[in-house]
Design a protein around this ligand. Structure first.
Ligand code: M6R
Length: 608
């Protein structure tokens, strides 16, 4: 959940570290710090709160001289967000500083051992044991001390370590937390995420679990856990720098909402070749597809709701039963899985801890894993049997938007591909749905352009109490995501209910103070949802209806209407969510919330 960064070269390190931390701030933002080596001494600067405070404290890095350093932006797990708990942590002799992303699960025992050895702890963090262990094992060989230390650690870590005796060197280690090395000329870098590297270099090395690297200005040398050198491939990043910056928008979230036509196109278009769908170089044989008797879709948060949208499409088109399960539940559910189960995993970051654990659990029971991931080279991509990338580009805002819609888009592509390969779809329906997918980017653009009154609606639907979202079937899937979007960035309580369930209890909460957002897009079931709208209207609720274009009838029932472009219902999950993302954005803006970095959240949830 935290972000780490490091640099060694011939330029002042602190400004580069601060710049990298700003790019990583979405990963955690309750405290931050840097450690810079100068004249065989380590200077640590730490603050509670945002990177801006650290910039102020260090005068944008000017008052911290030195050419080698490490930095950290924190999402607190062990210990409150305080200066003391902020990273980097220093060894008692002041010789080592450490930044860490992950969780050291056996830190309590290690802490007791180190206290018995005479080490003094300054923080409540799990990380501090790492720096004291390094001091304990150091006998003049930095590399050996780091490798020996990691043999004592259980859990997950991406570590960056500097040593005052070796002023032009950073040591890094990785186990179950992301860590990427940036290859420069006369300077080298590392970071939790490529967004912190692209303004310096596009050449990167992905470190694997159990690997270490010695980073100096001249070279990066990667080792395995025995200290043997490992040959690594240098990969090229093709993201442009602007895609990791705001580009004139007030918030990353708004920029990313607006980027959706392009992102959805990048995800769908290359996979449609003539009248065929080509799934990259995925080697899923028709024989294997025929053997699948159940699909489980698993993920967390919005990614799981994208799975709910995909479930309807896969079941309808492929006639394979699909069960959608939160990864945090699936991993502990003793799941009923065998070789005929396909596990589909969705993750924007590719690093979500619960999702990774669910994959491991299901793989151990024989399931094959297909992951739909945005971040290339991420852990989930690596541990899956098959991977398809959503080409959304970097997503910085904590609340996902283009990450979500590209996941839904890719599930639709997959559903149509499987339906075709299993002969479960007739030719005209296939051709029609293929065209629907090809047109999707322009429909997304239309959805963005066609509701200029959303900022005004946001003023009205900003209640003190809560907002209910209702819908059925595909509308219900979209309503789950719409409610999460609203609550995570505006801090307004919002819940989604399957419309038909209202009368089984929830309708008791409906009165004139309870706004209801009714998703009435699905034409197959529209009349049924309308009867629920009438029921809540009869109890005094204000209703904002989200419906298909040209549905004029609804205006006489609902108080307000958002019109969504017409697409085939089975693929409606992308266009339907667009105005609701905008609504959530404008409600949060109206409430003065920190939209890109909502309180208590982080972009990449790498802890359980
Ligand atoms: O990176 P992932 O897609 O695995 O992340 C899953 C969730 O943590 C994520 O979707 C979360 O719910 C977002 N804050 C939603 O906007």
């Amino acid at each position: 959940m935290c972000g780490i960064v490091g640099f060694t070269g011939n330029q002042p390190a602190a400004p580069i570290l601060l710049d990298g931390l700003k790019k990583l701030e979405y990963r955690g933002y309750d405290s931050a710090g840097i450690a810079v080596l100068c004249d065989e001494k380590i200077t640590v600067s730490k603050v509670t709160g945002r990177i801006a405070n650290l910039c102020e404290k260090t005068e944008d890095g000017k008052n911290v001289p030195g050419f080698t350093g490490i930095g950290h932006t924190r999402w607190a797990t062990h210990g409150a967000p305080t200066d003391n708990n902020a990273h980097p942590h220093l060894s008692n002799d002041g010789k080592f500083a450490v930044v860490h992303n992950g969780i050291i699960e056996n830190y309590v025992l290690l802490r007791e051992e180190l206290i018995a050895d005479g080490f003094v702890f300054e923080s409540e963090t799990d990380t501090e044991v790492v720096v004291h262990l390094i001091e304990k094992y150091y006998q003049g060989d930095f590399k050996k001390a780091v490798i020996k230390t990691t043999t004592r650690l259980h859990g997950s870590y991406a570590l960056g370590v500097v040593c005052a005796d070796e002023p032009n060197k950073v040591f890094v280690a990785r186990e179950a937390s992301p860590l990427i090395l940036g290859v420069g000329v006369g300077e080298n870098f590392f970071a939790s995420d490529v967004t912190a590297l692209v303004s310096h270099t596009r050449n990167v090395i992905y470190l694997e679990d159990g690997e270490f690297a010695e980073v100096t200005p001249e070279a990066i040398t990667v080792f395995d856990c025995l200290g043997n050198t490992v040959d690594k491939k240098v990969s090229r990043i093709n993201w442009d720098i602007q895609s990791a910056e705001k580009g004139g928008y007030e918030h990353f979230m708004l920029k990313e909402i607006m980027e959706q036509p392009r992102a959805v196109k990048a995800t769908i278009a290359p996979r449609i070749q003539g009248s065929e769908i080509k799934l990259d170089d995925l080697e899923i044989s028709d024989e294997y597809l025929k053997s699948i008797n159940k699909i489980i879709i698993t993920a967390c948060g919005s990614a799981c709701y994208a799975g709910c949208a995909g479930k309807y499409a896969i079941e309808k088109l492929c006639r394979i039963p699909v069960h959608t399960e939160l990864a945090s539940e699936l991993r502990y559910s003793d799941p009923l899985i065998d070789e005929q189960t396909l596990l589909i995993v969705l993750s924007q970051s590719g690093e979500t801890a619960d999702t990774i654990a669910a994959i491991k659990e299901c793989k151990s029971r024989g399931a094959k894993v297909l992951s739909l991931v945005n971040v290339v080279g991420s852990t989930i991509a690596k541990i899956s049997d098959y991977t398809l990338y959503t080409w959304a580009g970097p997503e910085i805002a904590v609340a996902t938007t283009k990450g979500y819609t590209t996941q839904v888009a890719l599930l639709y592509v997959f559903a149509l591909y499987v339906a075709r390969h299993l002969n479960r779809i007739d030719e005209p329906t296939y051709a029609n749905l293929l065209e629907t997918l090809e047109d999707m980017p322009s429909k997304v653009q239309e959805a963005l352009d066609s509701n200029p009154h959303i900022p005004n609606l946001a003023k009205h639907y900003t209640p003190d109490r809560s907002v209910f979202f209702i819908g059925r079937n595909t509308d219900y899937a979209a309503s789950l995501e719409a409610a999460l979007k609203l609550k995570e960035i505006s801090y307004i309580h919002a819940e989604s209910y399957a419309a038909g369930e209202l009368k089984h209890g929830t309708i008791a909460l409906i009165d004139e103070h309870q706004p209801v957002i009714a998703l009435c897009y699905n034409k197959d079931i529209y009349e049924k949802t309308m009867s629920n709208v009438v029921e809540v209207k009869a109890r005094g609720a204000d209703v904002l209806a989200v419906t298909f274009k040209h549905n004029v009838k609804i205006a006489s029932v609902a108080d307000d209407v958002i019109y969504v472009p017409n697409v085939e219902t089975v693929f409606s999950g992308i266009v339907e969510i667009i105005p609701l993302q905008l609504l959530a954005y404008h409600v949060a803006r109206e409430n003065g919330c920190d939209i890109d970095k909502p309180k208590n959240l982080a972009k990449s949830v790498t802890v359980e």
